[in-house]
Ligand binder design. Structure first.
Ligand SMILES: [Zn+2]
Length: 344
């Protein structure tokens, strides 16, 4: 590779891989320092002022960014350069519109730091209408990377159709449990505006998550996380309050003494063995909503001693309590996308 001691960008040889071989601008994409970790975690850990190389004033540029594109390429072969058309970028992306039309309007040599060059390449091809080279399928990790970039570049409208395809192909892999992939899905379905998937995966987070939601470093908007946490807690409180009402009723019952005493004891013993008595802390850490419902449905009544009784029915929880517990499920039906569309 020819050296270029002056630090100016040398003319980039046109390549068939370039989004626009005759483009007026060269975009250099520098991957995160830790190779192979092209995750949003890397991106968000850089915080907004440096994420993806927001145009920095010359004074605040890091030594790395002062290096010429050729220097960067020599230092890290993972660095990629794309010849692009500023006109296409401006039309397709709010980010590039701002960057290319604003103070740095004379920039013809852009740098982006901390992003996966392959993912950026995919988006650039879409922005330039080179859709034949865009993969029809990506895995969820890459889709998350793409979603981070789509949100950052503000180019959803341009990429929407591909986002729909990518999600549709991956949708069958959604698991009914809460783990890293579920958090990825929440983020991806939010960025790509898929109400159905967003509702499904936020419901999984509410019902299967044990404790307040863990985001695994995925940049899920805080309002989404707090709404999931809040509704999950409300659902738990409702279940607990139904059990406590039943307990109180048995304590105060002036019906059959033997039965009410035995049912009260059985209720408290089983709540205690499941950690529901005394009442758990307010975040219900360690409890998944669905698991708790299963546990309660398995509560057993001290039946055989009391079959004679005409005052008590033999069910451990009467229908009133069961209805109240059932009602709690209304709090964990998943979120509606439209309530979170102004977040960014
Ligand atoms: Zn009785």
């Amino acid at each position: 590779m020819a050296s270029n001691a002056s630090g100016n960008a040398p003319p980039l040889r046109a390549s068939h891989e370039d989004p626009d071989p005759k483009g007026d601008t060269v975009l250099t994409v520098i991957p995160p320092k830790k190779t192979g970790t092209y995750t949003p975690k890397v991106l968000i850990s850089m915080q907004d002022e440096s994420i993806l190389g927001t145009p920095a004033s010359p004074q605040s540029r890091s030594p790395e960014v002062k290096a010429s594109p050729d220097d960067l390429l020599r230092l890290d072969p993972a660095v990629r350069r794309f010849r692009v058309s500023s006109r296409h970028l401006i039309l397709a992306s709010g980010y590039f519109e701002q960057r290319l039309k604003g103070y740095w309007s004379e920039e013809t040599d852009l740098k982006i730091t901390g992003a996966d060059p392959n993912s950026v390449g995919i988006l650039l091809n879409i922005m330039h209408g080179r859709t034949r080279s865009v993969p029809r399928r990506v895995n969820l990790d890459q889709l998350t990377d793409l979603a981070v970039l789509v949100d950052y570049f503000q180019c959803l409208e341009t990429v929407q159709a591909f986002g729909d395809w990518w999600m549709e192909a991956l949708k069958p892999s959604i698991q009914n449990e809460y783990y890293l992939q579920t958090a990825r899905w929440i983020y991806v379905s939010w960025v790509f505006r898929n109400d159905e998937i967003f509702n499904t995966v936020t419901r999984i987070a509410q019902r299967k998550g044990k404790g307040d939601m863990i985001t695994f470093g995925i940049p899920i908007p805080p309002s989404i996380k707090s709404c999931i946490d809040r509704q999950r807690r409300l659902a738990f409180e409702r279940v607990l309050s139904a059990l406590q009402d039943r307990q109180k009723h048995l304590e105060d019952s002036d019906g059959c003494f033997n039965c009410s005493s035995a049912f009260l004891g059985a209720l408290i013993k089983q709540m205690k063995s499941r950690g529901l008595y005394p009442a758990p802390n307010t975040s219900f850490g360690g409890y998944a909503f669905d698991e708790t419902l299963d546990v309660i449905s398995e509560f057993v009544a001290p039946t055989h001693l009391f079959n004679h009784c005409t005052v008590f029915d033999s069910g451990m929880l009467p229908s009133k309590t069961r209805d109240e517990i059932k009602y709690a499920e209304n709090y964990v039906l998943g979120l509606r996308l439209k309530d979170f569309l102004d977040e960014s």
